[in-house]
Design a protein around this ligand. Structure first.
Ligand code: PLP
Length: 364
């Protein structure tokens, strides 16, 4: 039996007629940049997930850049973040000339550790970029307590956690702002690039809206040096259709994760935890194994696709060599990177495929 790590064709075949009809309408109306489709999506995203307002953007990286500007981050500022993430989480910090300060993660959630943050805070610390990794919410109460104490601006990178909640509150709405990616492989993916920005502060939303389109409150007036971070109309049209499926898709991801958690029975595997404070939206189902490369080869032979996410933590990437981190300096993140392997988890997997993955892991 074949179980691909991810197959986007199934989802897109199922929605083909509906999506192509919507795209044709957008095409005929020439609503190519922002416009009604994007506005409809922004309203529906806010209403469905529980944000006061949403700004559609052209990727998940652009709102992270805007977040740094809204936080007033700049040269000389230290921004604490996690090395166990996709590179883009750090780009917003570096784009504005601030310094990323990498700290360790919790061994159970693989999200940034509040104890490690507390130790890294200096008079130069201006903010924290929290990443809800693999769909799992980070421990926000502890992080927000540090933020209040030290007057820090909190960015939540929700690229992998759309729809996740922490103690009943949607992620991205707890800190000062939240960012999303609609890259095709995410839980809510467009047919191309896309992202979004949310904030509970109206003034931050106004600032982000200004920066999204050329720092321009009205045509040919530029009050700030801005960007072109507009979402395109086609993505708005596609995402409007897909958003309606998100709850169903998330429920299916949770059902698959529950099967993995119940079915994988090995004493040498560390399975992901489901903390009491919130439920993951399972962007990835990742486990740790001391011989993960051999486990991968074995799974490949059984027809099961896997990925290593992420093989190299950010503090050891060549682009940050000048920061001077040495191997061994951030131990939990490094040992997690060395042992992690992600299993297939997408809504269209059949129960038979899930069972095959479980049996294949157990037979290793
Ligand atoms: C995908 C991702 C991003 C960036 O999104 P793009 O849309 O590819 O720019 C940022 N952070 C994390 C954690 C991601 O997984």
């Amino acid at each position: 039996m074949k179980v691909p790590f991810l197959d986007l064709k199934l989802q897109h075949q199922a929605l083909r007629t509906e999506v192509l009809a919507a795209l044709a309408e957008t095409y005929d109306a020439t609503r190519f940049c922002l416009g009604k489709d994007v506005e409809d999506f922004e309203k529906a995203f806010s209403a469905t997930l529980g944000y006061p307002r949403t700004l559609g953007m052209n990727s998940g990286t652009s709102p992270l850049h805007i977040a740094s500007l809204c936080g007033g981050f700049g040269p000389g500022d230290e921004i604490i973040t996690t090395p166990f993430t996709f590179a883009s989480s750090c780009w917003g910090i570096s784009y504005v000339g601030a310094t990323p300060v990498f700290v360790d993660i919790d061994a159970d959630t693989w999200c940034i550790s509040s104890a490690a943050i507390a130790k890294a805070i200096t008079p130069k610390t201006k903010g924290i970029v929290v990443v809800h990794i693999f769909g799992q919410p980070a421990r926000m109460d502890e992080i927000m307590a540090l933020a209040r104490q030290h007057k820090l601006f909190i960015v939540e990178d929700c690229a992998q956690s759309v729809g996740a909640q922490y103690k009943g509150q949607p992620v991205g709405g707890i800190g000062d702002c939240g960012t999303f990616s609609f890259y095709p492989t995410k839980n809510l993916g467009g047919c191309g690039e896309g992202g979004a920005f949310v904030s509970k502060h109206p003034a931050v939303m106004d600032q982000a809206q200004l920066l999204r389109v050329h720092g321009s409150p009205k045509r040919y007036l530029h009050t700030e040096v801005g960007f072109n971070f507009r979402m395109d109309g086609f993505q708005g049209a596609v995402l409007n259709i897909k958003l309606k499926q998100l709850a169903k898709w998330t429920a299916r991801r949770r059902a698959i994760a529950a099967k993995y958690l119940a079915g994988i029975k090995r004493s040498d595997v560390q399975l992901p935890v489901v903390p009491a404070y919130g439920e993951s939206v399972w962007h990835q189902f990742t486990l740790l194994h001391p011989q993960r490369d051999a486990l991968r080869v074995h799974l490949e032979k059984s027809g099961v696709g896997t990925e290593i996410i992420y093989p190299g933590p950010m503090h050891l990437q060549p682009c940050y060599a000048s920061l001077g981190y040495q191997p061994g300096s951030i131990s939990v993140a490094e040992s997690t990177s060395a042992r992690c392997v992600s299993l297939p988890i997408f809504p269209e997997l059949t129960d038979e495929q899930v069972e095959h993955v479980i049996q294949s892991v157990n037979r290793f």
